[in-house]
Design a protein around this ligand. Structure first.
Ligand code: 5GP
Ligand code: ZN
Length: 136
């Protein structure tokens, strides 16, 4: 993709701190890390988001993400790692080349996790059916 920042990182047109690559995937440091060591893992072929990545590529991407979670944890002695993927603008996606964030966390680092709340009566079972139905 001509105008994609991450495709330009893959080709070397835009510089980056690459930390791992194989035939299908690349990992490099995020330019604005949540914590030092924050790494992005991408497929070398351009896919916009989780919906369009072919299964084989997603499998390779997952394996590289696991590898990087362990490597980053060891390198920065993280107390934990978040794996996050934003899909579509309203979910916070800014770069439309699919990527996993590997984010090191620190004990009591003050970053809020997602606000959550329990279901109201009956809602979970309705949703259960709705989601299952879309898979048919
Ligand atoms: P998104 O919100 O799309 O999930 O995250 C995109 C990420 O890409 C952001 O965390 C942002 O800091 C990172 N990013 C954007 N442009 C560049 C760049 O040119 N180089 C690198 N290394 N990271 C980038
Ligand atoms: Zn791209």
């Amino acid at each position: 993709m001509k105008e994609c920042i991450f495709c330009k990182i893959i080709s070397g047109e835009i510089p980056s701190y690459k930390v791992y690559e194989d035939r299908e995937t690349l990992a490099f440091l995020d330019i604005n890390p949540v914590h030092e060591g924050h790494t992005l893992v991408i497929p070398k072929d351009h896919f916009e988001n989780i919906y369009s990545i072919p299964p084989e590529t997603l499998a390779r991407l997952s394996l590289t993400t696991q590898k990087m979670a362990i490597a980053v944890k060891n390198a920065v002695e993280a107390d934990g790692i978040n794996i996050i993927m934003n899909n579509e603008k309203d979910a916070g996606q800014i770069v439309f080349h699919a990527h996993f964030h590997v984010i090191p966390r620190r004990h009591n680092d003050g970053l809020a996790n997602w606000p959550q709340k329990p279901y109201e009566a009956g809602v979970a079972s309705t949703l259960q059916e709705k989601i299952k139905h879309t898979l048919e």
